[in-house]
Design a protein around this ligand. Structure first.
Ligand SMILES: [Zn+2]
Length: 113
């Protein structure tokens, strides 16, 4: 391959990849920051329904690719499950959270309606 063709391909590749990489990095940084801010103000064991929970929840859904961690299915409505339950002072840290479908979530909580 001629030298200048290789150069042109390299530049074209960079022009396509650089913005994508920048966008992905920006997205990850935004998630991390927003998640951190939400978590710093969310107490363990307390149930939340407001914007902080929505932020953490959408972070987890995004991280898990909107798929159930148990059966790998994706539905329109997904639940975000606390591995250590709030009743046992579980935290809202994303490592304590996982995406589950409604039916797998119910199977983890036999008493859930
Ligand atoms: Zn499932």
């Amino acid at each position: 391959m001629p030298e200048n063709l290789r150069m042109a391909l390299f530049v074209a590749g960079m022009l396509i990849l650089a913005p994508l990489a920048a966008l992905a990095a920006l997205r990850a940084a935004t998630w991390a920051l927003v998640n951190l801010l939400a978590l710093l103000t969310m107490r363990r064991g307390v149930r939340y329904t407001g914007w902080r929970w929505r932020v953490v929840r959408s972070y987890v859904l995004d991280r898990d690719g909107h798929r159930c961690r148990q059966c790998r299915q994706s539905y329109r409505t997904m639940d975000v499950h606390h591995r250590t339950p709030l009743s046992r002072l579980g935290s809202h840290a994303t490592r304590n959270l996982e995406t589950l479908c409604r039916s797998c979530h119910k199977s983890r909580h036999p008493h859930m309606r």
